[in-house]
Design a protein around this ligand. Structure first.
Ligand code: UDP
Ligand code: MG
Length: 311
């Protein structure tokens, strides 16, 4: 039977929560009384995640498992789920139950009213460190400023997307896939459902600071070259300031009696400008590296196998 709903669940080392996730999702999906499928994407977990999901496939024919050949990351995992999903509406949700599947019916209702994207927008985040909360708030606002795409703030991948949107996003050729950005970028009729982000049911976050920074860089570079423009302005500003300073030095030398001193100020200015130059070079490197990645045209992920219920 063709599924009306698909649920895409990326999972990386989630053995502690995955059974509970399955239970909660199944309960909600059954309450919606339409054929559904749960598409788990195992992103190269090194624990028992894959075995547990494979076990679920054996007992429940609505469960499918897409196994990656190694860890490719959260966004590639969702991309794969979107490729494999067959439903008319596709839910995307993390495996850790921070986002409540119980609001799926509310999302589906909006979808039936004609919306193509119904994203969950966080009213509040519970049980996360102050640092995570503040950095997340800043991140969403920073991205919004940096890009010309209308991306809603405080919104992750937790959402419902219509088949049409899913296929449109799947067809976008880029390998660096900042999904929430791509979904905003394609347009269609979009709306929000507010919710409270809970604490992780169990396990630890798979986004340490290092990955969070890389993620932010990916997001900005994928949607904007404003940082490069800022670099240009900065260069311009520093040149003008240096020129004015130079004029002042000339004046001092030719028209006043004061001797020109200042190893400290020379070094200070030198290091300052050198710093800026290096920062801009690094920034350009970030873009060039990404151009290189796209150019190589390697797939965003590699699927090792797909496990489904055998009839
Ligand atoms: N995840 C993944 N691959 C990764 C990192 C994370 O598939 O390399 C999954 C993870 O299992 C979870 C979701 O992405 O379902 C979000 O990760 P997490 O909850 O650790 O992030 P946080 O909520 O702390 O930002
Ligand atoms: Mg989480």
């Amino acid at each position: 039977m063709q599924s009306v709903f698909s649920v895409v669940i990326p999972a990386f080392n989630e053995e502690e929560v995955i059974r509970e996730t399955y239970k909660r999702l199944s309960a909600v999906m059954q309450s919606m009384a339409e054929p559904y499928e749960l598409v788990f994407v195992n992103d190269g977990s090194r624990d028992k995640t894959a075995e547990i999901i494979a076990g679920l496939c054996a007992s429940d024919k609505s469960v499918r498992l897409v196994n990656f050949s190694r860890n490719f990351g959260h966004m590639p995992a969702i991309s794969a789920g979107m490729e494999y999903a067959r439903g008319k509406a596709i839910f995307i949700i993390d495996a850790d139950l921070q986002d409540p599947p119980e609001i799926f019916p509310q999302m589906a209702k909006k979808w039936r009213e004609g919306y193509h994207v119904v994203y969950g927008q966080r009213e509040k985040r519970k049980g996360e460190s102050l640092f995570k909360k503040v950095s997340a708030k800043l991140f969403y606002r920073f991205i919004r400023r940096m890009t010309s795409v209308n991306m809603p703030v405080d919104t992750g991948e937790f959402r419902l997307i219509d088949r049409k949107v899913c296929e449109t996003v799947n067809r976008l050729p880029e390998k660096n896939r900042y999904i929430r950005g791509l979904v905003s970028w394609v347009g269609f009729k979009q709306t929000a459902v507010l919710y409270v982000r809970e604490e992780r049911f169990a396990g630890k976050t798979k986004y340490p600071l290092r990955k969070m920074i890389a993620f932010a860089m990916d997001a900005v570079t994928a949607f904007s070259y404003k940082p490069l423009k800022i670099a240009t302005s900065l260069g311009f500003f520093v040149s003008i300031a240096s020129f004015i300073y130079l004029v002042a030095i000339f004046y001092q030398y030719f028209f006043t009696e004061t001797t020109i001193t200042g190893w400290a100020s020379t070094m200070g200015i030198l290091l300052f400008t050198q710093g800026i130059v290096m920062m801009i070079l690094g920034l350009m490197g970030e873009y060039i590296g990404r151009i290189y990645e796209e150019l190589k045209n390697r797939p965003a992920y590699i699927v090792q196998e797909v496990i489904e219920h055998e009839d």
